[in-house]
Design a protein around this ligand. Structure first.
Ligand code: PCA
Length: 326
């Protein structure tokens, strides 16, 4: 190699490094749930996929556990561009649009397979609705089916009247009210303390969140009820999305498809593992009693009628398309 070529190569290398560092960008990605939770694991793998796929030009850094923004703040932070990307449970924003509650209509979709079918028909209207809110939807992963936790044995709704009940969205709060309990809205990241200090005596959630928050330290019973499978959604600020070149968008879209697929599997596996762990840590686990199941179904019918009423044609179209796909 001649001296001139060496100099040329060195200068190309320096230019390339400068170009890479000039365009390299880091996106902070707030997430609301424990670092060990399967949603956080899925987000972490998604971030690695984008970082590797763009050769480091776009690095995504996840911040689980509500450490950057708490769950209730994440959507607004993305919409307003305080952060470019993040994950949020959209049914926590049903007050903005009833459509966000489509995944928490009681007993509409009660298994992973049905949740998947419901998502297939809801994906398009959800994507449109989010675009109107300055958000580009990337992927969505379901929580496992929701069951009931209490600090006592419960065989019918008579046993829960007047209890303080921790909720996380409109549906969980309405269920509490209709069951004669007092709803208290608390983010998952805060529940260990809430239960330890008696702020609440029960909740509706998955085995996953009970396990993540070591709920056996305060509560004694977990009853599976298959009420609904709420979903988390990963979204990008629309200006941040539009500012990307096509190659980067393609990498992100590909990583999102893989994340959604892998997230579904993690949800199924983590559910089995965590419900077993609740038992191993001393909790009584099993299905709700027949009486309670019937009472919950009746509450579910009321809530379904209420949701269809408020969600109008858009809501009805999702439910009709889902039923047609069965
Ligand atoms: N865990 C979350 C939402 C649904 C779930 O299973 C929570 O309890 O906040």
């Amino acid at each position: 190699m001649t001296r001139n070529v060496k100099v040329l190569l060195a200068s190309v290398a320096v230019t390339a490094m400068t170009a890479a560092s000039a365009t390299a960008e880091t996106w902070d990605m707030p997430m609301a749930y424990s670092a060990t939770n399967f949603h956080s694991a899925t987000g972490e793998k998604f971030a690695e996929c984008v970082t590797a796929g763009t050769g480091g030009a776009l690095e995504i850094k996840t911040h689980p556990g509500g450490s950057l923004y708490s769950g209730s703040e994440i959507k607004r932070a993305i919409q307003t561009g305080q952060v470019p990307i993040g994950e949020r449970l959209l049914s926590g924003h049903q007050n903005e649009s009833p459509i966000f509650g489509f995944d928490s209509v009681p007993f509409l979709a009660t298994s992973f397979a049905d949740s998947e079918k419901l998502w297939e028909v809801a994906k398009e209207p959800l994507t449109k609705l989010l675009a109107e809110q300055n958000l580009h939807l990337l992927y969505s992963v379901p929580w496992p089916a929701q069951g009931l936790y209490f600090d006592r044995e419960v065989t019918s709704l008579e046993d829960v009247k007047g209890l303080k009940f921790r909720t996380y969205n409109t549906a969980s709060a309405r269920m509490a009210e209709l069951a004669g309990m007092q709803p208290v809205q608390i983010e998952a990241a805060e529940i260990s303390q809430a239960f330890a200090t008696g702020v609440a005596q029960g909740m509706v959630s998955s085995g996953s969140t009970g396990y993540d928050r070591k709920i056996w330290e305060s509560l004694s019973h977990y009853y599976s009820a298959d009420a609904w499978l709420p979903r988390n959604y990963v979204m990008v600020n629309m200006e941040s999305w539009n500012g990307l070149d096509d190659a980067t968008k393609n990498v992100i879209t590909g990583c999102s498809a893989m994340a959604e697929y892998a997230g579904d599997w993690r949800s199924i596996q983590y559910n089995e593992f965590t419900v077993n762990e609740l038992g191993k840590n001393g909790m009584t686990t099993g299905p709700v009693s027949d009486t309670m199941a019937a009472e919950l179904r009746a509450i579910g019918e009321t809530m379904t009628a209420e949701w269809l009423e408020t969600a109008g044609d858009g809501g009805k179209a999702i439910v009709d398309a889902y039923k047609a796909a069965q």
